[in-house]
Design a protein around this ligand. Structure first.
Ligand code: AMP
Ligand code: GLY
Length: 424
Protein backbone atom coordinates (compact mmCIF):
# COMPACT_ATOMS: atom_id res chain seq x y z
CA UNK A 1 0.00 0.00 0.00
CA UNK A 2 1.25 3.49 -0.90
CA UNK A 3 0.39 6.23 1.57
CA UNK A 4 0.65 10.02 1.22
CA UNK A 5 0.90 12.26 4.30
CA UNK A 6 0.14 15.93 3.67
CA UNK A 7 2.13 18.40 5.80
CA UNK A 8 5.61 18.88 7.18
CA UNK A 9 5.49 19.50 10.94
CA UNK A 10 5.73 17.49 14.15
CA UNK A 11 2.19 16.16 13.80
CA UNK A 12 2.96 14.86 10.32
CA UNK A 13 6.20 13.20 11.50
CA UNK A 14 4.14 11.43 14.18
CA UNK A 15 1.61 10.36 11.52
CA UNK A 16 4.37 9.02 9.25
CA UNK A 17 6.03 7.21 12.18
CA UNK A 18 2.75 5.57 13.17
CA UNK A 19 1.59 4.73 9.62
CA UNK A 20 5.01 3.18 8.88
CA UNK A 21 4.32 0.57 11.57
CA UNK A 22 1.29 -0.67 9.61
CA UNK A 23 2.06 -4.13 8.18
CA UNK A 24 0.39 -3.30 4.86
CA UNK A 25 2.29 -0.05 4.26
CA UNK A 26 5.02 -0.45 1.64
CA UNK A 27 5.84 3.14 0.82
CA UNK A 28 5.09 6.54 2.34
CA UNK A 29 5.32 9.91 0.61
CA UNK A 30 5.14 13.20 2.48
CA UNK A 31 4.33 16.60 1.00
CA UNK A 32 6.40 18.56 1.80
CA UNK A 33 7.82 16.65 4.84
CA UNK A 34 10.94 17.59 6.83
CA UNK A 35 14.36 16.14 7.72
CA UNK A 36 12.95 13.64 10.24
CA UNK A 37 10.12 12.53 8.00
CA UNK A 38 12.69 11.96 5.23
CA UNK A 39 14.10 9.01 7.22
CA UNK A 40 10.84 7.08 6.78
CA UNK A 41 9.16 8.65 3.78
CA UNK A 42 10.01 10.11 0.40
CA UNK A 43 9.49 13.87 0.65
CA UNK A 44 8.00 15.60 -2.37
CA UNK A 45 8.14 19.37 -2.81
CA UNK A 46 4.40 20.09 -2.93
CA UNK A 47 3.00 22.51 -0.38
CA UNK A 48 0.40 21.25 2.10
CA UNK A 49 -2.24 23.69 0.80
CA UNK A 50 -1.78 22.92 -2.91
CA UNK A 51 -4.90 20.79 -3.50
CA UNK A 52 -4.41 20.47 -7.27
CA UNK A 53 -0.71 19.59 -6.92
CA UNK A 54 -1.47 16.98 -4.27
CA UNK A 55 -4.30 15.54 -6.33
CA UNK A 56 -2.13 15.27 -9.46
CA UNK A 57 0.63 13.57 -7.47
CA UNK A 58 -1.73 11.07 -5.81
CA UNK A 59 -3.33 10.19 -9.13
CA UNK A 60 -0.01 9.77 -10.94
CA UNK A 61 1.57 7.64 -8.19
CA UNK A 62 -1.56 5.55 -7.56
CA UNK A 63 -1.67 6.48 -3.86
CA UNK A 64 -3.91 4.08 -1.92
CA UNK A 65 -4.51 6.26 1.15
CA UNK A 66 -3.96 9.95 1.84
CA UNK A 67 -3.76 11.40 5.34
CA UNK A 68 -4.05 15.18 5.72
CA UNK A 69 -2.24 16.83 8.66
CA UNK A 70 -3.14 20.55 8.59
CA UNK A 71 -6.58 22.13 8.11
CA UNK A 72 -5.92 24.32 5.11
CA UNK A 73 -6.37 21.72 2.36
CA UNK A 74 -9.38 20.17 4.16
CA UNK A 75 -11.17 23.52 4.27
CA UNK A 76 -10.33 24.05 0.58
CA UNK A 77 -11.97 20.73 -0.32
CA UNK A 78 -9.11 18.26 -0.87
CA UNK A 79 -11.35 15.38 0.27
CA UNK A 80 -14.10 16.27 -2.25
CA UNK A 81 -11.45 16.54 -5.01
CA UNK A 82 -9.91 13.13 -4.20
CA UNK A 83 -13.26 11.36 -3.71
CA UNK A 84 -14.55 12.61 -7.05
CA UNK A 85 -11.79 10.53 -8.69
CA UNK A 86 -12.11 7.57 -6.29
CA UNK A 87 -8.89 8.31 -4.44
CA UNK A 88 -9.11 7.20 -0.81
CA UNK A 89 -8.48 9.99 1.67
CA UNK A 90 -9.02 10.38 5.43
CA UNK A 91 -10.69 13.59 6.58
CA UNK A 92 -13.85 15.67 6.31
CA UNK A 93 -15.19 17.13 3.06
CA UNK A 94 -15.20 20.94 2.68
CA UNK A 95 -18.79 21.31 3.90
CA UNK A 96 -17.92 19.45 7.11
CA UNK A 97 -14.52 21.16 7.50
CA UNK A 98 -16.46 24.42 8.03
CA UNK A 99 -16.50 23.36 11.69
CA UNK A 100 -12.95 24.73 11.78
CA UNK A 101 -13.00 26.95 8.69
CA UNK A 102 -15.80 29.19 9.94
CA UNK A 103 -16.22 30.05 13.60
CA UNK A 104 -19.72 31.41 12.92
CA UNK A 105 -20.73 28.11 11.29
CA UNK A 106 -19.46 26.19 14.33
CA UNK A 107 -21.11 28.54 16.84
CA UNK A 108 -24.45 28.59 15.00
CA UNK A 109 -24.46 24.78 14.81
CA UNK A 110 -23.78 24.53 18.55
CA UNK A 111 -26.53 27.03 19.34
CA UNK A 112 -29.04 25.21 17.13
CA UNK A 113 -28.27 21.77 18.58
CA UNK A 114 -27.74 22.93 22.19
CA UNK A 115 -24.11 21.86 22.35
CA UNK A 116 -22.56 23.70 25.32
CA UNK A 117 -20.44 26.68 24.29
CA UNK A 118 -19.88 30.31 25.34
CA UNK A 119 -22.65 32.87 24.61
CA UNK A 120 -21.83 34.87 21.50
CA UNK A 121 -22.90 37.26 18.78
CA UNK A 122 -21.56 37.47 15.23
CA UNK A 123 -21.01 40.67 13.28
CA UNK A 124 -20.30 41.63 9.70
CA UNK A 125 -20.54 45.34 10.51
CA UNK A 126 -17.67 47.07 12.29
CA UNK A 127 -19.76 49.71 14.08
CA UNK A 128 -22.21 47.14 15.42
CA UNK A 129 -19.37 44.95 16.72
CA UNK A 130 -17.76 47.94 18.45
CA UNK A 131 -21.08 49.01 20.01
CA UNK A 132 -21.69 45.48 21.31
CA UNK A 133 -18.24 45.26 22.93
CA UNK A 134 -18.78 48.70 24.47
CA UNK A 135 -22.10 47.64 25.99
CA UNK A 136 -20.86 44.29 27.32
CA UNK A 137 -19.96 44.41 30.95
CA UNK A 138 -18.09 41.10 31.04
CA UNK A 139 -14.66 40.20 29.62
CA UNK A 140 -14.92 38.80 26.12
CA UNK A 141 -13.06 36.97 23.39
CA UNK A 142 -12.91 38.29 19.83
CA UNK A 143 -12.50 35.76 17.01
CA UNK A 144 -11.98 36.24 13.28
CA UNK A 145 -14.46 33.97 11.48
CA UNK A 146 -12.06 32.31 9.04
CA UNK A 147 -8.71 30.53 9.22
CA UNK A 148 -5.97 32.74 10.64
CA UNK A 149 -3.13 30.30 11.30
CA UNK A 150 -4.11 30.06 14.97
CA UNK A 151 -3.76 33.82 15.51
CA UNK A 152 -7.33 35.01 14.97
CA UNK A 153 -8.49 34.67 18.60
CA UNK A 154 -7.94 37.52 21.06
CA UNK A 155 -8.77 36.86 24.70
CA UNK A 156 -9.40 40.37 26.01
CA UNK A 157 -8.95 41.51 29.59
CA UNK A 158 -11.00 44.67 29.13
CA UNK A 159 -13.11 46.67 26.67
CA UNK A 160 -10.22 48.55 25.14
CA UNK A 161 -8.34 45.34 24.30
CA UNK A 162 -11.49 43.85 22.81
CA UNK A 163 -12.16 46.99 20.74
CA UNK A 164 -8.57 47.04 19.53
CA UNK A 165 -9.02 43.41 18.44
CA UNK A 166 -12.23 44.18 16.51
CA UNK A 167 -10.44 47.05 14.80
CA UNK A 168 -7.40 44.93 13.94
CA UNK A 169 -9.55 42.15 12.45
CA UNK A 170 -12.32 44.13 10.72
CA UNK A 171 -10.76 47.46 9.77
CA UNK A 172 -7.03 46.74 9.47
CA UNK A 173 -7.81 43.31 7.97
CA UNK A 174 -4.98 41.67 9.95
CA UNK A 175 -6.17 38.25 8.72
CA UNK A 176 -7.53 39.31 5.34
CA UNK A 177 -10.91 37.83 4.36
CA UNK A 178 -10.94 35.72 7.54
CA UNK A 179 -12.01 38.98 9.20
CA UNK A 180 -15.15 39.59 7.09
CA UNK A 181 -17.08 38.42 10.14
CA UNK A 182 -16.19 38.35 13.81
CA UNK A 183 -17.54 36.38 16.73
CA UNK A 184 -17.61 38.17 20.07
CA UNK A 185 -18.12 35.67 22.87
CA UNK A 186 -18.27 35.38 26.61
CA UNK A 187 -14.88 34.73 28.19
CA UNK A 188 -14.88 31.39 30.04
CA UNK A 189 -12.66 30.40 32.96
CA UNK A 190 -11.32 26.96 33.79
CA UNK A 191 -8.82 24.36 32.61
CA UNK A 192 -8.58 23.43 28.96
CA UNK A 193 -8.54 19.91 27.60
CA UNK A 194 -8.50 18.57 24.04
CA UNK A 195 -10.75 15.63 23.32
CA UNK A 196 -10.39 14.15 19.87
CA UNK A 197 -12.47 11.39 18.33
CA UNK A 198 -12.37 9.22 15.25
CA UNK A 199 -15.71 9.17 13.47
CA UNK A 200 -17.15 7.76 10.26
CA UNK A 201 -20.19 10.02 10.52
CA UNK A 202 -22.12 7.63 12.77
CA UNK A 203 -19.83 5.85 15.22
CA UNK A 204 -17.72 8.07 17.48
CA UNK A 205 -14.61 6.66 19.17
CA UNK A 206 -12.88 9.13 21.52
CA UNK A 207 -9.10 9.17 21.81
CA UNK A 208 -7.30 9.67 25.13
CA UNK A 209 -7.84 13.21 26.40
CA UNK A 210 -4.82 15.44 25.88
CA UNK A 211 -3.64 18.77 27.23
CA UNK A 212 -1.69 21.31 25.22
CA UNK A 213 0.51 24.14 26.59
CA UNK A 214 -0.24 27.10 24.36
CA UNK A 215 1.72 29.91 26.04
CA UNK A 216 5.41 30.22 25.38
CA UNK A 217 6.68 30.55 28.97
CA UNK A 218 6.50 28.36 32.07
CA UNK A 219 3.39 28.79 34.20
CA UNK A 220 1.30 29.58 31.08
CA UNK A 221 2.81 33.06 30.72
CA UNK A 222 3.57 35.05 27.59
CA UNK A 223 2.07 35.00 24.10
CA UNK A 224 0.26 32.04 22.57
CA UNK A 225 2.16 29.66 20.30
CA UNK A 226 1.11 26.71 18.18
CA UNK A 227 1.73 24.61 21.32
CA UNK A 228 4.88 24.11 23.42
CA UNK A 229 4.12 20.60 24.59
CA UNK A 230 1.32 18.15 25.31
CA UNK A 231 0.55 15.03 27.27
CA UNK A 232 -2.07 12.31 27.50
CA UNK A 233 -4.12 10.96 29.15
CA UNK A 234 -5.12 14.16 30.96
CA UNK A 235 -6.29 13.33 34.51
CA UNK A 236 -8.61 16.35 34.52
CA UNK A 237 -10.75 14.44 32.03
CA UNK A 238 -12.47 12.14 34.51
CA UNK A 239 -14.86 9.30 33.61
CA UNK A 240 -17.72 11.51 34.89
CA UNK A 241 -16.69 14.27 32.54
CA UNK A 242 -16.51 11.78 29.66
CA UNK A 243 -20.10 10.80 30.41
CA UNK A 244 -21.12 14.34 29.49
CA UNK A 245 -18.59 15.12 26.77
CA UNK A 246 -19.10 12.01 24.65
CA UNK A 247 -22.89 12.18 24.20
CA UNK A 248 -23.52 15.92 24.63
CA UNK A 249 -20.56 17.23 22.65
CA UNK A 250 -18.85 14.66 20.42
CA UNK A 251 -21.83 12.48 19.43
CA UNK A 252 -24.18 15.47 19.40
CA UNK A 253 -21.89 17.29 16.95
CA UNK A 254 -21.56 14.31 14.62
CA UNK A 255 -25.35 13.80 14.69
CA UNK A 256 -25.91 17.52 14.07
CA UNK A 257 -23.57 17.53 11.07
CA UNK A 258 -25.39 14.56 9.54
CA UNK A 259 -28.74 16.30 10.14
CA UNK A 260 -27.39 19.41 8.39
CA UNK A 261 -26.54 17.33 5.32
CA UNK A 262 -22.77 17.52 5.81
CA UNK A 263 -21.78 14.29 7.54
CA UNK A 264 -18.46 14.48 9.35
CA UNK A 265 -15.75 11.85 8.78
CA UNK A 266 -12.18 11.83 10.03
CA UNK A 267 -10.83 13.05 13.33
CA UNK A 268 -12.88 15.64 15.19
CA UNK A 269 -10.98 17.75 17.71
CA UNK A 270 -13.02 19.44 20.45
CA UNK A 271 -11.10 22.08 22.41
CA UNK A 272 -12.94 22.28 25.72
CA UNK A 273 -12.96 24.54 28.75
CA UNK A 274 -13.93 22.75 31.95
CA UNK A 275 -15.97 25.46 33.66
CA UNK A 276 -17.98 25.49 36.87
CA UNK A 277 -21.06 24.93 34.70
CA UNK A 278 -19.48 21.89 33.04
CA UNK A 279 -17.53 21.35 29.83
CA UNK A 280 -17.98 23.96 27.07
CA UNK A 281 -16.63 23.93 23.53
CA UNK A 282 -14.01 26.62 22.77
CA UNK A 283 -13.34 25.46 19.25
CA UNK A 284 -13.52 22.57 16.86
CA UNK A 285 -10.62 21.52 14.68
CA UNK A 286 -11.06 19.10 11.81
CA UNK A 287 -7.71 17.34 12.18
CA UNK A 288 -5.23 16.11 14.75
CA UNK A 289 -3.74 18.78 17.02
CA UNK A 290 -0.08 19.69 16.88
CA UNK A 291 1.53 18.83 19.33
CA UNK A 292 -1.32 16.67 20.75
CA UNK A 293 -0.87 14.17 17.91
CA UNK A 294 2.65 13.34 19.06
CA UNK A 295 1.76 11.86 22.49
CA UNK A 296 -1.58 10.49 21.21
CA UNK A 297 -0.01 8.56 18.33
CA UNK A 298 2.80 7.40 20.63
CA UNK A 299 0.10 5.83 22.85
CA UNK A 300 -2.07 4.39 20.06
CA UNK A 301 -1.70 0.62 19.82
CA UNK A 302 -4.08 -0.10 16.91
CA UNK A 303 -2.83 0.22 13.32
CA UNK A 304 -3.74 3.70 12.05
CA UNK A 305 -4.28 2.34 8.52
CA UNK A 306 -6.98 -0.01 9.87
CA UNK A 307 -8.65 2.92 11.62
CA UNK A 308 -8.46 5.20 8.57
CA UNK A 309 -9.93 2.53 6.29
CA UNK A 310 -12.76 1.78 8.74
CA UNK A 311 -13.57 5.51 8.86
CA UNK A 312 -13.52 5.84 5.07
CA UNK A 313 -15.67 2.72 4.60
CA UNK A 314 -18.18 3.67 7.34
CA UNK A 315 -17.51 0.63 9.52
CA UNK A 316 -15.74 2.15 12.51
CA UNK A 317 -18.13 0.17 14.76
CA UNK A 318 -16.37 -3.03 13.63
CA UNK A 319 -12.90 -2.28 14.93
CA UNK A 320 -11.47 -2.06 18.40
CA UNK A 321 -9.17 0.86 19.17
CA UNK A 322 -6.56 0.01 21.79
CA UNK A 323 -4.11 2.15 23.75
CA UNK A 324 -0.81 1.39 25.42
CA UNK A 325 -0.85 1.48 29.20
CA UNK A 326 0.73 4.51 30.89
CA UNK A 327 1.13 8.03 29.57
CA UNK A 328 3.04 10.06 26.98
CA UNK A 329 4.56 13.53 27.14
CA UNK A 330 5.85 15.68 24.27
CA UNK A 331 8.21 18.60 24.97
CA UNK A 332 8.58 21.02 22.07
CA UNK A 333 12.08 22.40 21.52
CA UNK A 334 11.76 25.76 19.79
CA UNK A 335 14.05 28.34 18.24
CA UNK A 336 14.75 31.22 20.66
CA UNK A 337 12.44 34.15 19.85
CA UNK A 338 9.48 31.99 18.71
CA UNK A 339 6.56 32.86 18.38
CA UNK A 340 8.18 36.15 17.31
CA UNK A 341 11.12 36.25 14.92
CA UNK A 342 13.86 33.63 15.22
CA UNK A 343 16.97 32.42 13.41
CA UNK A 344 17.01 29.41 11.06
CA UNK A 345 19.75 27.10 9.80
CA UNK A 346 21.26 26.18 13.20
CA UNK A 347 22.82 22.69 13.26
CA UNK A 348 21.13 20.29 15.70
CA UNK A 349 23.21 17.81 17.74
CA UNK A 350 22.24 14.83 19.86
CA UNK A 351 18.99 13.61 18.30
CA UNK A 352 20.18 9.99 18.01
CA UNK A 353 21.51 9.91 21.56
CA UNK A 354 18.21 11.33 22.82
CA UNK A 355 16.18 8.62 21.09
CA UNK A 356 18.50 5.76 22.08
CA UNK A 357 16.50 4.81 25.19
CA UNK A 358 13.65 3.11 23.33
CA UNK A 359 10.77 4.89 25.06
CA UNK A 360 11.60 8.17 23.34
CA UNK A 361 10.86 9.37 19.80
CA UNK A 362 12.19 12.69 18.59
CA UNK A 363 9.63 14.03 16.13
CA UNK A 364 10.94 16.71 13.81
CA UNK A 365 8.83 19.84 13.26
CA UNK A 366 10.89 22.68 11.75
CA UNK A 367 13.99 20.94 10.43
CA UNK A 368 15.64 20.44 7.06
CA UNK A 369 18.73 18.75 5.70
CA UNK A 370 21.71 20.91 4.83
CA UNK A 371 23.97 18.39 3.07
CA UNK A 372 23.89 15.56 5.58
CA UNK A 373 23.38 17.79 8.61
CA UNK A 374 20.00 18.39 10.23
CA UNK A 375 19.44 22.12 10.77
CA UNK A 376 16.60 24.21 12.18
CA UNK A 377 14.10 25.67 9.73
CA UNK A 378 11.09 26.71 11.81
CA UNK A 379 9.93 28.11 15.15
CA UNK A 380 8.95 24.78 16.64
CA UNK A 381 11.94 22.58 15.83
CA UNK A 382 11.51 19.20 17.57
CA UNK A 383 8.85 17.40 19.64
CA UNK A 384 10.66 15.11 22.07
CA UNK A 385 8.07 12.49 23.00
CA UNK A 386 8.39 9.85 25.71
CA UNK A 387 6.13 7.05 26.89
CA UNK A 388 6.23 6.05 30.58
CA UNK A 389 4.25 4.06 33.08
CA UNK A 390 2.61 7.27 34.28
CA UNK A 391 2.87 11.01 33.62
CA UNK A 392 5.75 11.72 36.06
CA UNK A 393 7.78 8.90 34.51
CA UNK A 394 7.05 10.12 30.96
CA UNK A 395 8.01 13.68 31.99
CA UNK A 396 11.31 12.40 33.41
CA UNK A 397 12.16 10.47 30.27
CA UNK A 398 11.20 13.31 27.94
CA UNK A 399 13.34 15.89 29.77
CA UNK A 400 16.27 13.47 30.05
CA UNK A 401 16.15 13.15 26.27
CA UNK A 402 15.76 16.93 25.80
CA UNK A 403 18.96 17.33 27.85
CA UNK A 404 20.92 15.40 25.21
CA UNK A 405 19.90 17.68 22.33
CA UNK A 406 21.54 20.95 21.50
CA UNK A 407 21.22 23.77 18.98
CA UNK A 408 22.13 27.43 19.30
CA UNK A 409 19.46 29.58 21.01
CA UNK A 410 17.20 26.62 21.69
CA UNK A 411 14.27 27.20 24.05
CA UNK A 412 11.74 24.88 25.69
CA UNK A 413 9.30 25.01 28.59
CA UNK A 414 10.45 23.25 31.76
CA UNK A 415 6.94 22.51 33.09
CA UNK A 416 5.25 20.39 30.43
CA UNK A 417 2.85 17.96 32.10
CA UNK A 418 3.17 19.50 35.55
CA UNK A 419 -0.51 20.44 35.62
CA UNK A 420 -1.30 16.74 35.51
CA UNK A 421 0.73 16.11 38.66
CA UNK A 422 -0.52 19.14 40.57
CA UNK A 423 2.61 21.27 40.37
CA UNK A 424 1.29 24.20 38.44
P1 AMP B 1 -9.63 28.82 19.64
O1 AMP B 1 -8.76 28.93 18.42
O2 AMP B 1 -11.04 29.20 19.46
O3 AMP B 1 -9.40 27.55 20.42
O4 AMP B 1 -8.99 29.83 20.69
C1 AMP B 1 -7.63 29.74 21.04
C2 AMP B 1 -7.50 29.84 22.53
O5 AMP B 1 -8.17 31.01 22.98
C3 AMP B 1 -8.16 28.69 23.29
O6 AMP B 1 -7.35 27.57 23.39
C4 AMP B 1 -8.40 29.35 24.63
O7 AMP B 1 -7.20 29.37 25.39
C5 AMP B 1 -8.75 30.76 24.25
N1 AMP B 1 -10.21 30.93 24.16
C6 AMP B 1 -11.00 30.77 23.08
N2 AMP B 1 -12.29 31.01 23.37
C7 AMP B 1 -12.33 31.35 24.67
C8 AMP B 1 -13.38 31.72 25.58
N3 AMP B 1 -14.65 31.80 25.19
N4 AMP B 1 -13.04 31.98 26.85
C9 AMP B 1 -11.75 31.92 27.26
N5 AMP B 1 -10.73 31.58 26.47
C10 AMP B 1 -11.00 31.30 25.18
N1 GLY C 1 -2.42 22.47 19.48
C1 GLY C 1 -3.58 23.12 19.05
C2 GLY C 1 -3.97 22.83 17.66
O1 GLY C 1 -3.41 22.00 16.99
O2 GLY C 1 -4.91 23.45 17.18
Amino acid sequence: MKVLVVGGGGREHALVWKLAQGPRVKKIYAAPGNAGIAQQAECVPISAGDVEGLFAFAKEQGIDLTFVGPEDALVKGIVDRFEAENLRIFGPRAAAARLEGSKTFAKDLMRKYEIPTAEYQTFTDYDNAMAFVWELDTPCVVKADGLAAGKGVIVADNDSEAMAAVKEIMLNRAFGDAGDKVVVEERLAGQEVSVLAFTDGRTVVPLLAAQDHKQVFDGDKGPNTGGMGAYCPAPIYTPELAQTVVPKILEATVTAMAAEGCPYCGVLYAGLMITEKGPQVLEFNVRFGDPEAQPLLAMLETDLVDIAEAVIDGRLNEIEIRWKPGAAVCVVMAAGGYPGSYAKGKPIEGIEAAAAGGDVVVFHAGTRLDGDRVVTSGGRVLGVTAVGEDIPSAIGKAYEAVGKIHFEDMYYRKDIGHKAVGES
